[in-house]
Design a protein around this ligand. Structure first.
Ligand code: CMC
Length: 383
């Protein structure tokens, strides 16, 4: 923005940077301490000692579950994992090279009218909570079975004994996943579950604030998350790591990239000016995985990129950077990384939609008009 515009419109903040657009009790980002809390609980405690189901319960119901509450929540999720066959029919009709983010967006659109609470008004809080639980239950099933369908395989039925991470991995491969893989996937889902007024969550709140329905909010969120400046960065970060290939090429690669003023995917964050709190834990997990799998090349490349980015730009990795090579080491296809983000983030989007609708006001900001004015209309034949 030019100096004149800044002077003329002191209240204008491009990209809404620094603008307070709402009040929330769901999560708090503390940039100075590099900390992230969900409803007052540090995400690292939740990722290390809890489970994605505990986190999802916390986000939706506002408190950590007791043993009995968690058991009954898991039972409801298990009972709700399957999706109508019509959703699979739509996925089958998509071109084979459809990106899985487009597939999961279409899947949620298709699913909406099958929800037993479809007719409930968008302000029916109890119905919205039931919808949120169904959405959380079904997201992983649709991503995994969508992956099977594009590979010419039939969808398989969820195993009621599986939690969210295990369900996704089992359906994707058709095999019982190793315990360590489930553990890393579960922790990453917890870390991806919620993050304040990020672009997709804000977009979801804008949608439901018109009194549109929760599914429309979720579809909005998916469309917004897809871009490489947001969730799509985890896929781009992995392509970048593979492009670099080996640690001995990393320094020259990053020097060239910075010289060419390239954006380094998986680095930087609007809210964290130090380290993204989620990246700290996930980097540790990803590096441990590398050692365990005997493939430490990405951890070594990461060290060089991180050091150079910190020294030259004071920019740190965000959650998408370690998530990328953690998922790669787990054998997950790259174009499923952002859909995995969706499996987690539907819990945060739902919590925000519920919060928005409980105290709703239409979200409708202003813009500065800088175009032409008062022109004389010229008849079509005279133009
Ligand atoms: N690589 C190189 N330079 C960067 C990067 C980066 N990843 N991020 C920011 N910068 C520079 C940018 O070029 C600019 O420099 P200058 O002032 O000299 O022009 C300065 O830092 C400010 O950048 P910005 O893009 O105006 O800052 P922002 O707050 O709008 O951007 C961001 C935040 C996440 C969009 C940005 O850091 C970025 O594009 N990162 C790469 C994409 C990415 O990893 N996104 C995932 C975000 S975290 C997970 C999620 O929520 O989805």
């Amino acid at each position: 923005m030019s100096a004149t515009l800044t002077e003329k419109y002191p209240n204008y903040s491009p990209g809404l940077e620094g603008v307070i657009a709402g009040i929330s009790t769901i999560s708090e980002i503390d940039s100075d301490r590099s900390s992230l809390q969900y409803r007052g609980y540090d995400v690292h405690d939740l990722a290390e000692h809890g489970s994605f189901e505990e986190t999802a319960y916390l986000l939706i119901y506002g408190k950590l579950p007791t043993t009995a509450e968690l058991a009954s929540f898991k039972a409801v999720l298990s009972a709700e994992r399957e999706v109508p066959s019509q959703v699979y029919d739509v996925l089958r009709a998509l071109p084979k090279d459809t990106h899985p983010m487009d597939a999961i967006r279409s899947a949620f659109s298709t699913l909406a009218p099958f929800d037993p609470d479809y007719e409930a008004p968008s302000t029916d809080d109890a119905a919205n909570v039931r919808k949120a639980v169904r959405i959380i239950a079904k997201a992983g099933t649709m991503v995994a079975n969508g992956h099977r369908i594009r590979n010419g395989l039939e969808p398989i039925k969820p195993n009621p004994a599986h939690d969210t991470a295990e369900n996704f991995l089992y359906l994707m491969t058709g095999q019982e996943p190793p315990a360590k893989t489930v553990q890393v996937m579960d922790a990453s889902l917890t870390l991806y579950a919620e993050h304040g007024f990020n672009a997709s969550t804000f977009a979801c709140r804008v949608t439901v604030a018109t009194l549109s329905d929760l599914y429309s909010g979720i579809v909005t969120g998916i469309g917004t998350l897809r871009g490489p400046l947001h969730g799509g960065a985890n896929e781009e970060a992995m392509k970048m790591l593979l492009d670099i290939g080996t640690p001995d090429k990393a320094q020259a690669w990053i020097d060239d990239a910075l010289e060419g003023k390239k954006k380094i995917m998986g680095f930087g964050h609007r809210e964290y000016k130090k380290r993204d709190s989620r990246a700290i834990y996930l980097t540790k997990v990803a590096k441990e995985l590398g050692i365990e799998k005997g493939d430490t090349r990405f951890g070594e490349i990461a060290d060089i990129l991180e050091k150079t980015m910190e020294e030259r730009k004071n920019i740190h990795p965000n959650v998408d950077f370690p998530a990328a090579y953690a998922y790669y080491l787990l054998g997950i296809p790259i174009d499923l990384y952002t859909p995995i983000f969706v499996i987690a983030r539907v819990s945060g989007w739902s919590a925000h939609a519920l919060e928005q609708l409980r105290n709703n006001r239409l979200i409708r900001p202003k813009c500065i008009y800088e175009g032409a004015a008062n022109l004389d209309y010229v008849a079509l034949e005279n133009r």
